[in-house]
Write a protein that binds this ligand. Structure first.
Ligand SMILES: Nc1ncnc2c1ncn2[C@@H]1O[C@H](COP(=O)(O)OP(=O)(O)OP(=O)(O)O)[C@@H](O)[C@H]1O
Length: 470
């Protein structure tokens, strides 16, 4: 068993060219079975290649004394193997709150930042992580459940362009555990791996065993599919890079993309070109959803020559006639500017001098309406067509104010509501399709009001941006 696993891993490393002679490899060791086995395996293989190893452990401080014990345990292991040890720690919960991300995501971000710093400071060419074939399978189903596209379903690469390597990605966890047992190598147990509080654990403990009872060869089938998806991804991402380079040289300013050139590409390449361009501009791809990319494509396709959408991290994609520009600067609305509320589920957008925040699927039953305010619109979600849009007044605009049976010219509504003439051009209007559904701060439309039949409420709040600035 012992030799077979080292042979298997060694072959995987060679096939995927994960390590070159004289590489300096930093191993991320949590103390769990996978990374502990990885460290031992690399340590046994190291003299033959030859490579030099270092051990890095990050204390997430999420499990009290257990976290500290893990760190001390890994430090001891490194000492026993006579390897340099690097310890890092961070306030994961605070980071999660600040960035409005999950605790797991925050832990991963801080950990990777720590690894990056150590690699730079101590000149490690590679970072080896202990992801296994089981992790790859779980990730596939987690992403499938989340609605990922082929780029997500393809799973983790054995090697990333930044030098992260995963030598155990082809090895099932059962083999790793059996190998550790046969060599009598101890590791740390993480009790949270058994908690059904986490989606990943529910999947591993409940869903996957059920799926395997339908088809015991499911892991092999998924592995095969992922290999195909990775090959396709390699080809398509090369195509995207070539096309982005071509489009960028054709465009006057950078970072920007010519709309015509982008729309001439097949949709599969359009999406990748947009993602790549956004990544190059500095947008965090982990936070960029399919909806963002689709909203960007719609922005390019629409007949109106101006508009914009908001992207994660305060980024904005602005359509200016024949160009799409990526910017973080504040918007300069033109009379024809339109803003799309990109994610139906909820989000935030700075537009037309206000910060709009929206939330969907609030259950109508027992909803507490006491917080009603002119800056808040509560609507019947089923009567809305997404994505909603924002713009200002255009001649000829009409709408059916709440409580009225007929449609009224917006001009007349402004007069009746005594809206000062000079303010009218700046009042944001929320639209569903071509219908005005909210004259922001003044009146909702009759067509979207909440009735006894309403199941789910869509809530939008508009606050003047100056309220936020100190
Ligand atoms: N706290 C940590 N310190 C150092 N490396 C870590 C830490 N947490 C995770 N890693 C690295 O990232 C890999 C994947 O993390 P994940 O949390 O998915 O671990 P896992 O599958 O439970 O593996 P393990 O059995 O090694 O804990 C680990 O195998 C390890 O290489």
């Amino acid at each position: 068993m012992t030799t077979t696993l080292s042979k298997l891993v060694s072959t995987y490393i060679q096939t995927h060219r994960l390590i070159q002679p004289h590489d300096r490899v930093l191993v991320g060791v949590s103390g769990g079975p996978d990374s502990t086995a990885l460290l031992h395996l690399l340590h046994r293989l190291a003299p033959g290649w030859p490579i030099s190893l270092g051990v890095a452990h990050f204390d997430h401080k999420l499990r009290g004394a257990d976290s500290q014990d893990d760190a001390a345990w890994v430090a001891k292991l490194a000492e026993a193997l006579k390897l340099p040890f690097f310890h890092g720690e961070g306030d994961v919960r605070r980071h999660a709150q600040q960035e409005k991300i999950s605790v797991q995501m925050a832990a991963r971000q801080l950990r990777l930042k720590f690894f990056h710093t150590i690699r730079q400071r101590h000149h490690y060419h590679k970072l080896a992580l202990g992801h296994t074939a089981d992790d790859q399978l779980e990730l596939f189903f987690l992403r499938l459940l989340r609605g990922s596209g082929p780029e997500g379903l393809k799973g983790m690469w054995p090697q990333s362009p930044t030098g992260i390597i995963r030598p155990l990605l082809g090895t099932p966890k059962t083999r790793i555990l059996a190998w550790l047992a046969s060599c009598q190598l101890p590791f740390r147990e993480d009790a949270s791996n058994l908690s059904r509080h986490y989606r990943r654990n529910q999947l591993r403990l409940d869903l996957l065993p059920q799926l395997l009872s339908y088809n015991p060869r499911l892991p092999a089938a998924v592995e095969h599919l992922q290999a195909l998806l990775q090959e396709q991804e390699e080809y398509l991402s090369q195509e995207a890079a070539i096309n982005l380079d071509r489009l960028k040289t054709a465009a006057a300013a950078c970072p920007s993309l010519p709309v015509d050139g982008l729309l001439a590409l097949p949709p599969a390449i359009q999406r990748r070109v947009l993602r790549l361009a956004l990544a190059q501009a500095g947008v965090d791809l982990n936070r960029l959803t399919f909806d963002h990319v689709e909203a960007a494509r719609k922005l390019a396709q629409r007949p109106q020559p101006a508009g914009e959408i908001s992207l994660p991290g305060g980024w904005r994609l602005v359509r200016q006639y024949s160009e799409l520009q990526f910017t973080k600067e504040s918007p300069v609305p033109t009379p024809w500017s339109e803003f799309i509320l990109p994610e139906q589920g909820g989000g935030m957008l700075n537009a037309l001098g206000r910060t709009f925040t929206w939330t969907s699927e609030l259950p109508a039953e027992n909803y507490d309406f006491s917080s009603a305010h002119p800056s808040i619109a509560l609507m019947d979600q089923q009567r809305l067509d997404f994505p909603l849009r924002l713009r200002t007044f255009r001649p000829g605009d009409r709408f059916q104010p709440l409580g009225m049976t007929g449609v009224k010219k917006l001009q007349d509504f402004f007069v009746d509501a005594k809206v000062p003439r000079q303010e009218r051009p700046f009042i944001p209007l929320l639209l569903s399709r071509e219908q005005i559904i909210w004259v922001v701060g003044y009146r909702l439309a009759e067509t979207v009001k909440i009735t006894a039949e309403t199941h789910q409420i869509f809530k939008v709040e508009a606050r003047a941006i100056r309220e936020h600035t100190p």
